[in-house]
Design a protein around this ligand. Structure first.
Ligand SMILES: [Zn+2]
Length: 130
């Protein structure tokens, strides 16, 4: 589906596979998940990310919760605002999300080792729009 091109995620700034779909930009971000964003939404989100230092984290989390490998989230101009103003999960919900992710990775083998890549969660705020 994606061209063999690497680009920065519009939301979080991580490098990853990028492609085009008409006016839309396809991004397969390892932090946010796969999504398609329109040109208008890209411009709108860019200004929101510049205005609020936590907007990228809100948008990244909101995308991750709404997208899937089978059905990529399509972000249009009306969705962009909702993504940057969505609430971040509370610490207890974050813990539950981590446990659910580990359980999903482990499947039915509760003793299988599960690798969790924390490298994407410790970076400073992305350099988007700079
Ligand atoms: Zn991202």
């Amino acid at each position: 589906m994606l061209e063999e091109v690497t680009g920065s995620c519009v939301v979080c700034g991580i490098e990853g596979p990028t492609g085009r779909s008409g006016d839309g930009l396809q991004q397969d971000c390892r932090r946010c998940g796969p999504y398609v964003i329109s040109g208008t939404a890209r411009a709108m989100i860019g200004s929101r990310l510049d205005d609020d230092p936590l907007a990228w984290a809100r948008a990244s989390h909101a995308i991750r919760r709404r997208t899937s490998r089978d059905e990529w989230l399509r972000i249009g101009s009306q969705v962009g605002d909702a993504l940057t103003t969505a609430r971040l999960p509370t610490p207890d919900v974050q813990l539950r999300n981590l446990l659910n992710r580990i359980a999903d990775e482990a499947g039915e083998d509760a003793l299988t080792p599960v690798a969790i890549d924390l490298s994407t969660g410790t970076e400073a705020s992305p350099d988007v729009g700079a």
